[in-house]
Design a protein around this ligand. Sequence first.
Ligand SMILES: [Zn+2]
Length: 203
Amino acid sequence: MFEKQMACVRCNFSLLSLDAMIGPRSGDVAKPLAVTFDDGYGDNFIAAYPVLKKRGIPATFFLTVSQIGKNWDFPEGPYSGLSWEQVDIMQKDPMITIGSHGYGHKRLDLLTPVAAAGDIKISKMILEEKIGRPVEFFSYPYGSFNEQIKKAVREAGFRAAFGVVSPRRDRFSWPRILISRGDNMFRFRLKLSPLYWPLRHLF
Ligand SMILES: [Zn+2]
């Protein structure tokens, strides 16, 4: 399914890195699109990365720092997170951007301001230490944030941050389109069409 989805975007959009997407000139590009992943599951490396590489598609992986090298504990059973070795292989690829999805995958707007700022800052510090380059982009766990969380992300030194569906669009609340495993190709195409944004509450 992911192969099919990437073939679809390859033919129909101008695929940009996140850096180019948020840059001042992305408006001049016809149908710009950036591919991003949240959480940092092992399948990002095993399943997605080879497809991206084969098709030359730039992508950003937003990693949950506390889960790197560990299993996620889901109700259906454990699910493997990326290892640091896998992160290292991907981050050396110029097509790949590494971003932060926070340290502990917490709903940041429900933490105390100090705890939220700490989670955001420590995620950036650890990632930068491990990969040896600046980490400039952040995605909010559960797409959940408020003005104070946006400010904490800006103050931690990130250049931009991404929600899921954001009420307002600015540098620290870029909206994204959520594609999930239940989306067939019809729904996938629909979600990428201009119809989706005005009608999304129907889907
Ligand atoms: Zn997440």
